[in-house]
Write a protein that binds this ligand. Sequence first.
Ligand code: SF4
Length: 179
Amino acid sequence: MNLLLHTCCAPCSTAIIEYLLNREIRPALFYFNPNIYPREEYEIRKNECSRYARQLGLEIIDGDYDHDLWLKNIAGLEKEPERGKRCLECFRMRLSATAWLANEKGFDTIAATLASSRWKNLEQIAEAGKQAIIPYPHLTFWDKNWRKEGLSERRRILLQENGFYNQKYCGCEFSTRNS
Ligand code: SF4
């Protein structure tokens, strides 16, 4: 498997990457999260991901940070609750970019660390992932439940062991009001 793993943050990525490495799958990471606001928070989360990738010797590809474009994508959905329609659009944007990049760079599979967070809706992530690969028939979206097989527990342990910055809200300015 030649896997491009969309990574949303270091805490959500740890247990999934460990699971993959234990099975001799070395993913490339794609950090593309224009939803995160403000920019300082974006940089902190990106730097934590980069630090972890370097530690493991994994490639990490840096996506663009265009928060204005993200805002255009979710226009009209600002008042939606978390797990509502805005989040589906947010997942679509990030996973469509992942599928596009995977196609450009010759990967055969994509997956997303987004699904490791218990605050996110698994069905929405699966829907966004499956839609993202439609233009690329050779691509597979690995629709795995990354919270099972002890992965949620490993996430908690690895977060503590690595001393990662643990964000207090999902990412966009509309999620900060829930923190
Ligand atoms: S709450 Fe999280 S998943 Fe939903 S739109 Fe905001 S950043 Fe994206």
